[in-house]
Design a binder for this molecule. Structure first.
Ligand SMILES: [Zn+2]
Ligand SMILES: [Zn+2]
Length: 104
């Protein structure tokens, strides 16, 4: 398969490691508003597929009380985010013979 960002080719695991190493900044982590007053802020990460409009967006540990959660778990979050992105890329963009009107 190919890295969706730069086209590097390799096996799933190799591309995954490459993504984490070279494209870690593609995973955008942010803090949202708490679901209710006094609750911990909602933490999210998002990584967009560069090949289409798809994006992986997840709420991370919404009950987390640690304001530095994202910072301290950034590496692990990137692993998970790229894992999900790769599944999408394999499913949506790694067809052996892409057809022009495959979607419908
Ligand atoms: Zn790459
Ligand atoms: Zn895509």
């Amino acid at each position: 398969m190919r890295c969706p960002f730069c086209g590097l080719e390799g096996h799933h695991r190799a591309v995954h490691a490459h993504l984490v190493r070279e494209h870690g900044d593609r995973v955008v982590m942010s803090e949202g508003k708490p679901v209710r007053e006094g609750a911990a802020p909602v933490l999210t990460y998002e990584v967009r597929c560069p090949l289409c409009e798809f994006s992986v967006k997840r709420i991370v540990n919404p009950r987390g009380q640690d304001p530095r959660f994202l910072e301290e778990n950034a590496a692990e979050i990137r692993l998970v985010a790229f894992d999900q992105l790769l599944y999408h890329v394999e499913a949506a963009h790694a067809a052996p013979a892409p057809e022009p009107a495959a979607q419908g």
